[in-house]
Design a protein around this ligand. Structure first.
Ligand code: SF4
Length: 489
């Protein structure tokens, strides 16, 4: 982030330095005639002309830019543009706690810009107005997120005193009703660098701190965040403190004491906790830089156990992305199956969106994974993207046509039927005949003999719901109520 860079530029301009001589400020870039103008250790990436003409060169440049974006060990990056040289100095150093406190406690008005008044205001301001940011940066390193570039991967955090002062100030606001909606940041439960080595040697070049497996050097202690939340809960006038920023669940599981997890469930969830497994297929998760799905399953199981223990009614809401590079239509079907098995169909889904500078954006544009320089499948066709997206909301009638098409294309018509693993019920042809997808009209799906035998042995009656119903049209017709009166003719 640029506060210190801006202060330095302002100070030098104020002291009379001509702007074209201010070329050594961290976190800034400038055009020069040659590499000699750069005062930092440097590395040159393929030129603008090369990356414009060759996707492999683009991927190589992206890898260098990503790896060197580190304030401690990162080099300046040079890129030739015709006869000029673009020099990108290393990023600014992360703010200290004292600097973070200063920036956070400037006299903000906590109101949207008046320009929005004429448009009816900003409805989400209520949440933002009573939310507190306690940290900056993220070592999560999700490949689709540009935060690693603009805030960096080293965590800075505010002092407890500063956060408590802000919470106290919120209680004085005339609109405050006792609820602090968030004490978070890019990732709510990050308050310290991922490991002690990071502050001396920078972040590792060739590995991520958390995915696919947490690094053995990772420090998973979350007691500082827990202590902060306890203090905010105790501020007079505060009834509840929620956490609405994302929780990194794989990091949460690394907290040995388990105290934070317990108190999160007991005090800080407002009905729904949003977490981001993003997908369920491990190869896709590897392209995303996310932990494998087994970690999420473990987290979910523990969340449910704690929720029960604390007598709460609250749920996990998983965030998911469709059509990320590396995600085939078959993978999208597997995601729908996973959601169906977990009894969840998301209200909102997110289609992959390329954000500036990220590894995922590079994969999207080049079809190359810049980490390995291997080719990667990229769903770019709008129709395939629509199918992938529809599969996440397969129950919606308006998505049925796309879901059916996706299942046909992937040879997964076994998911059309009456079993609970099926996504769609069979449809009827326009002529009113059953098109039971591969089954002759009128043929009933039989239960496998082994499962019928098991049911009989268990004393169960025949499962009539497993038989096709003899409806004439449609696939989601309301049943008549048992006590409904017959219509008089
Ligand atoms: S040693 Fe591990 S935790 Fe530390 S920066 Fe490297 S990957 Fe991250």
């Amino acid at each position: 982030m640029g506060e210190n860079s801006m202060r330095e530029i302002a100070a030098r301009l104020a002291s009379g330095t001509p702007v074209n001589q201010i070329t050594d400020v961290r976190g800034t870039a400038f055009l020069a005639d040659s590499a000699a103008s750069c005062v930092y250790p440097k590395v040159e990436c393929p030129s603008f002309e090369q990356v414009s003409a060759d996707k492999r060169a683009y991927a190589e440049a992206n890898k260098i830019q990503y790896e060197e974006h580190d304030p401690i060990r990162g080099k300046a990056i040079l890129q030739r543009h015709g006869r000029k040289m673009l020099v990108v100095n290393p990023p600014s150093m992360p703010l200290t706690t004292k600097e973070m406190d200063y920036v956070a406690e400037l006299p903000y008005v906590r109101e949207p810009h008046p320009m929005y008044d004429a448009m009816g205001g900003v409805p989400s301001i209520e949440e933002v107005r009573f939310s507190i940011i306690h940290n900056r940066g993220c070592f999560g390193a999700c490949n689709f997120c540009s935060l690693a570039f603009h805030q960096g991967r080293i965590i800075s955090s505010r002092s407890h005193e500063s956060v408590v002062r802000e919470a106290t100030a919120l209680t004085k606001h005339p609109g405050f009703k006792g609820y602090i909606h968030d004490v978070g940041g890019p990732t709510a439960n990050f308050r310290r660098p991922a490991c002690s080595k990071q502050m001396k040697a920078g972040l590792c070049k060739n590995r991520a701190c958390l995915a696919p497996e947490p690094c053995p050097n990772l420090d998973g202690d979350q007691s500082d965040y827990l202590a902060l939340l306890r203090k905010v809960r105790e501020v007079p006038g505060v009834k509840k403190v929620f956490i609405r920023s994302g929780i990194r669940f794989d990091y949460l599981l690394k907290d040995k004491s388990g105290e934070f997890f317990s108190e999160l469930v007991k005090h800080h969830v407002s009905g729904q906790l949003k977490v981001a497994p993003e997908h369920c297929v491990n190869s896709v998760l590897d392209y995303m830089g996310k932990p494998h799905i087994e970690t999420y399953e473990k987290f979910k199981e523990k969340f449910q156990r704690l929720t029960q223990k604390h007598g709460k009614e609250q749920y996990l809401v998983p965030y998911l992305i469709s059509s990320h590079p590396g995600c085939t239509l078959q993978d999208a079907v597997r995601l729908a199956e996973w959601l169906n098995k977990n009894g969840r169909q998301p209200e909102q889904v997110q289609d992959f969106y390329p954000t500036p500078g990220t590894l995922s954006t590079c994969m999207y544009y080049t079809g190359i994974d810049p980490r390995t320089m291997e080719p990667v499948y990229v769903p770019t066709d709008a129709h395939e993207k629509a199918m992938q997206r529809a599969l996440m909301q397969w129950k919606r009638p308006e998505k049925r046509r796309l879901v059916m098409e996706a299942l046909r294309k992937t040879g997964r018509m076994d998911l059309v039927g009456f079993g609970k693993e099926c996504l769609l019920r069979p449809e009827r042809s326009e002529a009113g005949q059953r098109v039971a997808e591969g089954k002759p009209t009128g043929q009933r799906r039989k239960k496998p003999v082994s499962s019928v035998k098991k049911d009989l042995a268990a004393g169960k009656k025949e499962d009539r719901s497993a038989k096709p119903k003899q409806k004439k049209t449609g696939w989601a017709k309301a049943k008549p109520k048992p006590n409904a009166r017959k219509k008089k003719r």
